[in-house]
Design a protein around this ligand. Structure first.
Ligand code: SAM
Ligand code: FES
Length: 347
């Protein structure tokens, strides 16, 4: 297994079969260690010890989709729904700016109430108040025209995980009206429009195999996104996957290293799901090649309601108010929090 890890470090131009063999190296501590060391070397070469921060504003938990794994899917009648007003969103930005955030991530379910006009109005207001800040959207699948309007209004980046690049697996996780083809088309549309684009997937989602992960890596290699969000799958009690096992922290860390080597300059967050599964998860993520953290800037009163999975952390040190504690933890892990937009480096 060491041999395939060494080969990947020399040349990442792998086929699907080779990626599958690489994924299987996660079982081999020696091969995994080799990949981690190389990932850290690459992240230090491009980003030094810098860790970028993004202020996450979860502005609506209404969603028209019914993704099998997700706690805020349309079919979950137990979810207490909320949507922030434009004023509340702007207050989050103001608080975030004070705290030192220079990127705001507006994330939500696919909520039709937020039409292009309403979204564009919010984006324009943020842009006018904070001309030096980056605006990232994470609001799911929309039309090319919608993405174009939102870009024109001032959005810079877009996060849309592909979730899994295996057709059959995609079908198991999602309702029949959703498709991997549409998801991929959205990602290519966003790229074409000049957004900095983030793809990604859950690790250990129900039915995922090494073959699925090989397809994920192949798709990332083909798309070449600026950002990649991966985190362990965590079950939610009100979904059909409630009894499934959560994804593994070790495999997530392994894949973070692989992705850092595959896409050397990529912006790679140590995600909340990783921090939920392991109290040291985000620090471990940074030590495996991640270079971004996304503290929660949503209003405290709504944080519990954006419950994508059980026990999602939202009021401890991952919260934006606790930036000082986070900064200390990041220092202890050997890195340094950095305010600034933290745009993707040019290829
Ligand atoms: N609606 C937007 C979208 O679909 O891109 C953004 C919100 S969506 C909740 C954000 C991400 O949460 C998804 O891409 C998914 O990977 C992740 N997620 C949802 N349920 C999860 C679970 N049970 N465990 C881990 N991650 C989950
Ligand atoms: Fe829409 Fe999860 S199903 S955000």
């Amino acid at each position: 297994m060491r041999a395939i890890a060494e080969r990947f470090i020399k040349n990442t131009d792998f086929t699907e079969d080779e990626f599958r063999m690489l994924v299987e190296c996660a079982e081999d501590p020696e091969a995994a260690e080799l990949l981690t060391q190389e990932a850290v070397r690459i992240r230090k070469k491009h980003y030094g010890d810098k860790v970028y921060i993004r202020g996450l504003i979860e502005f609506t938990n209404y969603c028209r989709n019914d993704c099998g794994y997700c706690g805020i899917r349309r079919g979950n009648l137990h979810a207490r729904r909320y949507r922030l007003t434009k004023e509340e969103i702007l207050e989050c930005c103001a608080r975030g700016y004070e705290l030192g955030f220079r990127t705001f991530v507006l994330q939500g379910g696919e909520d039709r109430w937020f039409t292009d006009e309403r979204m564009a109005d919010i984006i324009r207001s943020i842009r006018a108040s904070y001309p030096g800040c980056a605006i990232t959207l994470s609001i799911g699948e929309r039309s090319y025209e919608s993405y174009r309007l939102l870009k024109e209004a001032g959005a810079d980046r877009y996060l849309l995980r592909h979730e899994t690049a295996d057709e059959e697996h995609y079908g198991k996780l999602h309702p029949s009206e959703m498709s991997l083809a549409v998801r991929k088309m959205c990602l290519y549309d966003l790229k074409l429009l000049g957004y900095q684009v983030g793809a990604g997937f859950m690790v250990g989602s129900p039915g995922q195999t090494a073959d699925c992960l090989a397809k994920d890596l192949l798709f990332l290699k083909e798309l070449r996104p600026h950002m990649v969000g991966i985190g362990p799958f965590v079950p939610h009690h009100d979904t059909r996957f409630a009894q499934e096992k959560a994804g593994s922290v070790e495999l997530t860390l392994f894949l973070l290293s692989v992705i850092r080597i595959l896409l050397p300059k990529v912006l790679l967050p140590a995600t909340t799901a990783l921090g939920t599964m392991d109290p040291q998860g985000r620090e471990k993520g940074l030590q495996a090649g991640a270079n971004v953290v996304m503290p929660n800037l949503s209003p405290r009163k709504n944080r519990k309601q954006y419950e994508l999975y059980d026990n999602k952390i939202c009021t401890g040190e991952e919260a934006a108010e606790c930036l000082e504690c986070l900064a200390r933890r990041v220092e202890q892990a050997g890195y340094h929090l950095c305010s600034g937009r933290g745009d993707a480096l040019q290829e």
